[in-house]
Design a protein around this ligand. Structure first.
Ligand SMILES: Cc1ncc(COP(=O)(O)O)c(C=O)c1O
Length: 449
């Protein structure tokens, strides 16, 4: 009987990963003393790299004052300061922050807030949500139901609520027809989305939910120009809310604090997480518009939701310091500059590669998609597990990157994402691309045997 060696239930029950025992800027240090270049901040989390002295100090200061006080009795200094920093100037009309422990919790809260808002507005029929195929919104059951990734949903399908339906994602590389312009593609997607509202009954839909730049399930896919403006208009016309999931692509990752700033729209509700706390503490947040919160304040007066670790003081202190550093050190300018550098280097290394069909992304959020045939965009046989082979080869070469499978339809396709820390140097970026290049070539050699 093959029983796992470790008592920790790891992601794989067959292998125990090496222990990480330290961090140093863009480097992770494993128990055998190896230094691994962190090219993806885990899953686009570690935006300031590891062991940033200011964040470590802020955590120690808060831990020495107060680690925890339940939110049904108290607020805390770091929670108030963090919310002020995030929504004090009401970006896009977002005026309140609900501080949770991660991305899935932020999505669950977003879905529930949308539903409660419509009950309190006297529109209880609005109980449907439209999302997109190939999206990822988290692994708790509500978030998983919102997500459109076939592989992740399949085993749990019987448990998922039927309130969610899915339309075509704005994923030009696979979904745009030959000969179709970006404008035609956007128009076709808009017609499909509006059609879905009408099919369900427009007055039954609470919200449309989407990632402005699709992350883990498709690999850094930004929408064509005009798509989110069309989506915003359709939501408005049908009286529904727009929920944007910026858990992975937000908090500066694409070069602006919010990815939606580059789309000319703002959401009614937004989920953020990873780059919010940079991995120094588990933290996420739901940001909500002033209008939504005013409706509930005038109605029942309470959001019918909650968790034990809401607005955890240590988590808020870490996120507050991370966000202050990003602002004070003008790190988003750096994300934009380094993002262009990363894109250039990826294009030099993979632009003519016979098995790299697409290089895409924004800011320090870039991916390559692997294809068996560039002309037809046909993916490799998923049984070859190419993306996992690349991950192993990269790790061997001293690079942590973030590969994914099922890029095309949840089952077929391979991509690799890079999401370097904002504190990286151009040399670090060069090293990431070089190591990724060797890993891709060695993985392709090994699967062709
Ligand atoms: C877009 C998106 N939404 C939600 C989540 C879920 O976040 P968490 O894993 O913190 O629960 C993720 C995680 O990868 C994500 O990328």
């Amino acid at each position: 009987m093959a029983v796992p060696k470790s008592r920790v239930l790891h992601r794989s029950l067959r292998e125990t990963p090496p222990k990480a025992i330290g961090g140093d800027g863009v480097w992770l240090i494993s128990e055998d003393g190896r230094r691994i270049l962190d090219g993806s901040g885990g899953a686009a989390v570690s935006c300031l790299g590891h062991q940033h002295p200011r964040v470590v100090d802020a955590l120690a200061r808060q831990a020495s004052k107060l680690a925890y006080a339940h939110t049904s009795f108290f607020s805390s200094e770091p929670a108030e300061a963090l919310a002020e920093l995030l929504v004090g100037d009401e970006p896009g009309g977002l005026a309140y922050a609900y501080l949770v422990s991660g991305g899935s919790e932020a999505i669950e809260a977003s879905i529930k807030l949308a539903r409660q808002y419509f009950i309190e507005r006297g529109e209880p029929r609005r109980q449907r949500f439209i999302a997109r195929r190939q999206s990822y919104h988290g692994n708790t059951l509500g978030a998983l139901a919102a997500g459109g990734n076939a592989w992740r949903r399949e085993p749990y399908a019987p448990l998922l609520p039927s309130a969610f339906s899915h339309v075509t994602p704005a994923f030009a590389y696979h979904e745009k027809h030959d000969g179709e312009t970006d404008g035609d593609f956007v128009a076709r997607l808009a017609t499909e989305l509006d059609g879905e509202f009408q099919r369900l009954g427009a007055d039954t839909v609470a919200a449309f939910i989407a990632e402005p730049v699709i992350g883990a399930t498709a690999g850094c896919v930004a929408a064509p120009e005009g798509y989110f403006r069309a989506v915003r208009e359709i939501c408005n016309r049908n009286g529904a809310l727009l929920i944007l999931d910026e858990v992975m692509c937000g908090m500066g990752r694409t070069g602006t604090t919010h990815a939606w700033e580059q789309e000319g729209v703002a959401p009614d509700i937004q989920a953020i997480a990873k780059g919010l706390g940079g991995g120094y503490q588990p933290i996420g947040a739901m940001l909500a518009s002033g209008a939504i919160i005013a409706t509930i304040a005038d109605g029942s007066g309470a959001f019918l939701h909650g968790h034990t670790y809401l607005a955890h003081p240590l988590a808020c202190a870490a996120a507050l310091e991370v966000q202050r550093i990003i602002a004070e050190e003008h790190l988003l300018d750096r994300v934009r500059d380094l993002g262009r550098h990363l894109e250039r280097r990826l294009t030099e290394r993979f632009g003519n590669h016979r098995h790299v069909g697409d290089i895409r992304g924004r800011g320090l959020f870039q991916a390559i998609e692997l294809v068996a045939d560039r002309a037809t965009r046909a993916p490799f046989d998923p049984a070859l597990k190419l993306n996992q082979t690349i991950k192993a080869a990269a790790f061997e070469a001293g690079l942590a990157c973030y590969p994914g499978g099922g890029t095309v339809d949840g089952r077929r396709g391979d991509h690799v994402m890079l999401a370097p820390p904002y504190i990286s140097t151009a040399d670090d970026i060069d090293m990431m691309v070089e190591r990724l290049g060797s890993a891709v070539d060695s993985a392709l050699r090994s699967i062709s045997h």
